[in-house]
Design a protein around this ligand. Sequence first.
Ligand SMILES: [Zn+2]
Length: 179
Amino acid sequence: MRRLTGAVLEKLRSGSRLTVFNPKRLPKMDLLHIPCNHCSAVNKLPVERIGAGARCGRCKQSLFDGKTGTLTAGNASALLGWTELPVVIDCWAAWCGPCKQFGPVFEQTARQFGTRARFLKLDTETEQQMARKFNIRSIPTLIVMRKGQEVARQSGAMSPGQFQAWLAPHLQGPASDTA
Ligand SMILES: [Zn+2]
């Protein structure tokens, strides 16, 4: 083993003119974190693979099947905290008439915009701790989150047109955010 001379040590310390592997210098690929609604695995996908064909690396189920996922205390950190896509949450309960009325609107919108946002249902009866955390005072309540932060909230059932108009400003994908 060779001993490092003073000059080399100095270069190592200053980091100058030494060819070292620096992952930050690699061309940045646009990878998105897409949590699986079925098994909560957080998948990393290139932007161009966002769409119907993409499957979860762990459970092999579709990541973009156009269906809504179910938010629970157990999967909240995986489903809310990772993805660059907006997450839209429908806080509802089985006994609530307006929630039942709004349910199909939410499902339809998830089918239409399922590659531009994640659509999750939060049952405020079975997930009371989560409902308290979100400070839900009436249902249905719709919440949009980005990177784990709430960015919009609206209470009361909406028509498909009203819901999509309310949602539209939040549906810009990460690509347009960085433009
Ligand atoms: Zn999965």
